[in-house]
Design a protein. Structure first.
Length: 87
């Protein structure tokens, strides 16, 4: 797990297939959506958009999969936010 920059983070789920990754991503999305941040002035709700992918034998490097996940993330943002998208 690590920060890629800005508001982007990456998590590598070893020994997890795409279906398992989808379950983890949706559970995380739902947890963030249901969390409430309380301040002195207001209660704040936030959401998260998640892009994910599976590393394949065709990937020449880890960067190939990371780029696909990034494309999926931007697809999630562009199609309504607060969702998960797989490529």
């Amino acid at each position: 797990m690590g920060r890629l920059g800005g508001e982007e983070f990456s998590v590598c789920l070893t020994e997890t297939n795409i279906e398992g990754a989808e379950l983890v991503a949706e559970r995380l999305r739902r947890s963030v959506e249901n969390a409430v941040i309380c301040t002195d002035k207001a209660e704040i709700n936030i959401t998260v958009s998640i892009g994910f992918t599976e590393i394949t034998d065709d990937d020449e490097s880890f960067s190939c999969a990371l780029n696909r996940a990034d494309q999926a993330l931007y697809s999630a943002k562009e199609t309504g936010r607060n969702k998960i998208v797989s490529l």
